[in-house]
Design a protein around this ligand. Structure first.
Ligand SMILES: CCCCCCCCCCCCC/C=C/C(=O)SCCNC(=O)CCNC(=O)[C@H](O)C(C)(C)COP(=O)(O)OP(=O)(O)OC[C@H]1O[C@@H](n2cnc3c(N)ncnc32)[C@H](O)[C@@H]1OP(=O)(O)O
Ligand code: FAD
Length: 670
């Protein structure tokens, strides 16, 4: 073995200690052996050309160079996908998470094509009629047209009903006239819009026959397909440097009485006829928000994957890194041996599992609701909206906090861009805001919870994810504390029920004392967010536990044991995090809390020997991790030194600025 492919001795030892079958866990996380094999096949085809490697790391490039480089790599990757990967996987895999994640090997930051596949194409699939899809979808999938999703404006993101861009129907020419009447009506933020897209989905207020019918979606060509020049009446550009997403050319867009054909309105859920008659969406008023629901569902899996990357980096690094002395003169321990380090990292492994299994469950719920809606039944949509809203909010918020924790766990080296942890953080922290801000989405879930509470109060049976509310009305007093997984979950459900109950009481008391409903709701929103968070925690705990029980039924004993230890760690961690709530809503005692703490510390000890095996089971290739600290071989220090050689500042022994500025300064007199 050369030093280049030699595995770090500490890491090799960790792998020898691992007592479970790593592949078995990978299969569980991927959703089955076949899925793992297909993922590996895709990765082999897409990554073995080595096209991902930049001669100069992208962080050293100027804004222009970075963008051009991102486009170059997006085209290379798209060609590989079109010509090689889809040959073996089929076109239905075009937008699959596996392909999105494999693409991470090409970009430390973001592909300018991400919104094309992530939202433009889904908006065509979800919002267009079959006839419209036949017109647009093949061209979009073949990249003959490249799109963005332009909804947010300079003045409004959250409040979609407040968007100001207008689309006014002109029956004379059978066209819509798009217009940006104010500065705040300019579209702002859409990824890929600034420099790359030649089309986009535009969300605008629809006017026909003198009446406004609210926001609707339109497909709009914004640039000439030959010259890429913005079309007359279109003003488009890039919004400027951001915390992350700097290769995604997030853009602005304004229209000056810009005309598009009638059939460019996405007409699956509402139509404007030739004469201007508006035909209302028959089934549900919010079906035009469907693309957002789809993306929120996919973001739970994204949160899991990015957290899995961060913790893979941090655990491998913590096995390689030695620091301090436990006793005078003793060998410096691996930092992974410190219980405080285990406390930082093992919860991240468990959370990545919890979110991955919850994401798959949510995806199945989403497809089941879609199937019902195809049959004309929209009854399950409110529950899906409530679930996808809170799960998106919590998974992105927790993943953000834990990725930062992984960076802290890597000390100074975690601050290096080459560790990839700062990029991961900058990418994931945005997901807490986009596709619906954290607070705003939890308040959407709270609306659903209050209604469900009122139904349960009146004796009606409520939907499965809030079924615990029915129990709330049949049991008296605090929930009996029980340290079993099912017991902890029941207590978390009681916490949620108790908090929702307090919200309802607050709202009612405020109304009784003279407030109108809107003000009473507004004054209660701090509690409502808290209640929605508690509900969502109980959903995640419940789903994670249920899925582990179901998926490990036929697993080997050691896999069962280690996955059980992780889920128990997760349940115990959250019970300890929420002792205040547990004291308020259950019979838990001081003694029970002491026991929980001991149980938690014992779990850290049990998981420790399998920690590296557990992150290896995420099976994230080095090309995708893109980290000096987290590679499979653990050559941390060598890779940090190799990176230094790529730094353009080190190309010449003396920087020109020395002669230009420093020397004159040194020579000048005070
Ligand atoms: C290669 C593969 C690619 C894969 C890619 C994976 C990664 C993808 C990355 C994608 C990157 C994305 C980048 C970012 C993109 C964006 O951010 S796009 C813009 C997103 N914007 C938002 O999310 C805005 C958030 N705001 C809203 O959603 C809404 O305005 C609101 C907050 C929900 C309020 O809407 P409003 O119309 O005012 O409704 P309300 O009055 O509050 O509620 C009325 C009732 O409607 C119900 N409802 C609301 N929304 C929905 C919905 N979506 N579905 C169903 N029902 C809904 C609401 O609950 C109310 O119900 P009742 O209580 O019964 O009255
Ligand atoms: C990296 C990135 C990429 C994006 N990509 C796209 C894209 O491709 N296409 C697109 O259309 N948009 C995109 N967006 C925009 C994004 O969807 C919005 O920024 C997001 O929905 C939040 O809206 P806002 O910016 O208007 O925030 P605001 O709504 O102004 O929120 C500001 C604060 O006010 C609070 N707040 C707002 N309303 C309420 C309320 N009713 N109750 C309580 N608190 C409230 C929020 O909680 C938040 O703390 C992107 C944003 C980012 C950061």
């Amino acid at each position: 073995m050369t030093s280049k492919n030699k595995i770090n001795e500490d890491l090799a030892n960790e792998r020898r200690k691992c007592n479970f079958n790593i592949e078995e866990v990978t299969y569980i996380l991927d959703g089955g052996k076949e899925k793992t094999l297909q993922r590996k096949k895709i990765e082999d085809v897409a990554l073995n050309g080595g096209a991902s490697v930049d001669d100069i790391p992208e962080e050293y490039l100027s804004a222009r160079e970075r963008y051009e480089n991102a486009i170059r790599k997006s085209c290379i990757y798209t060609n590989i996908v079109k010509n090689e990967v889809l040959e073996i996987t089929g076109i239905e895999n075009y937008g699959s998470p596996v392909l999105r994640r494999t693409g991470d090997a090409f970009f430390k930051d973001i592909s300018p094509f991400m919104l094309h596949l992530g939202m433009f194409v889904p908006s065509i699939i979800g919002q267009c009629t079959a006839e419209q899809q036949a017109t647009w979808l093949p061209r979009a999938l073949d990249m003959k047209i490249i799109g963005a999703y332009a909804q947010t404006e300079l003045g409004h993101g959250t409040f979609i009903r407040g968007l100001e861009t207008t689309a006014t129907y002109d029956p004379e020419t059978e066209e819509f006239v798009l217009h940006s009447p104010t500065i705040t009506s300019y579209k702002w933020w859409a990824g890929g819009l600034g420099r790359t897209a030649n089309h986009c989905t535009v969300v605008a207020q629809l006017y026909t026959q003198g009446k406004c019918h609210g926001t609707h979606l339109f497909i709009v060509q914004i640039r000439d397909l030959e010259t890429h020049m913005p079309l007359p009446g279109v003003k488009v550009g890039e919004i400027g440097p951001r915390m992350g997403f700097n290769t995604a050319d997030n853009g602005f867009l304004g229209f000056n009485n810009y005309r598009i054909p009638r059939m460019n309105m996405m007409m699956k859920n509402a139509q404007v006829l030739k004469d201007g008659t508006y035909v209302k969406a028959a089934r549900h008023g919010k079906l035009t928000y469907g693309t957002m629901v789809f993306v929120r569902v996919t973001l739970v899996g994204e949160a899991s994957f990015n957290l899995a990357k961060a913790v893979t980096i941090a655990v491998r690094y913590s096995a390689v890194r030695r620091q301090s002395e436990l006793r005078p003169g003793s060998i410096e321990p691996q930092i992974l041996d410190y219980p405080t380090q285990q406390h930082k990292l093992f919860i991240c492994i468990a959370t990545a599992h919890a979110f991955q299994l919850t994401a798959s469950w949510l995806w199945n719920t989403f497809t089941a609701v879609q199937a019902e809606m195809k049959k004309g039944n929209v009854d399950t949509l409110p529950e899906l909206h409530a679930l996808s809203s809170c799960l998106k909010a919590l998974s992105t918020s927790d993943a953000t906090a834990y990725i930062e924790q992984c960076r802290f766990a890597c000390g100074g080296h975690g601050y290096m861009l080459s560790s990839n942890l700062p990029f991961l953080y900058a990418f994931v922290v945005a997901t807490r805001t986009y596709e619906g801000d954290y607070t705003v989405l939890l308040l959407q879930t709270a609306r659903f919870l209050v209604k469900a509470w009122e139904q349960a109060e009146s004796g009606k049976v409520v939907t499965p994810t809030v079924a615990y509310l029915n129990r709330h009305f049949t049991t008296n007093g605090k929930m009996i504390w029980d340290n079993s997984p099912e017991g902890i979950i029941r207590v978390f459900q009681s916490v949620a029920a108790g908090k929702i109950s307090l919200c309802v009481r607050s709202i009612r008391n405020r109304i009784t004392s003279g407030m109108d409903h809107e003000d009473a709701w507004l004054m209660t929103t701090v509690q409502l967010v808290n209640a929605a968070e508690a509900h969502c925690r109980s959903v995640i705990l419940h789903t994670y536990w249920n899925e582990i029980v179901r998926l490990t039924k036929h697993s080997s004993d050691n896999v069962k044991t280690v996955l059980n230890q992780l889920v128990m760690l997760y349940l115990t961690y959250w019970a300890l995090e929420r002792t205040g709530d547990l004291l308020r809503y259950s019979t838990i005692s001081e003694n029970d809390i002491d026991l929980l703490q001991r149980q938690y510390e014992e779990l850290l000890v049990k998981i420790r020997p399998n920690a590296v095996g557990l992150v290896d089971a995420f099976d994230i290739r080095d090309e995708i991790l893109q980290s000096t600290l987290g590679s499979y071989d653990g050559r941390v220090y060598e890779r940090l030194m190799e990176e230094v050689q790529k730094n353009p500042l080190n190309k010449e022994p003396v920087d020109p600025s020395f002669h230009k500025y420093l020397k004159p300064l040194m020579k000048s007199k005070i």
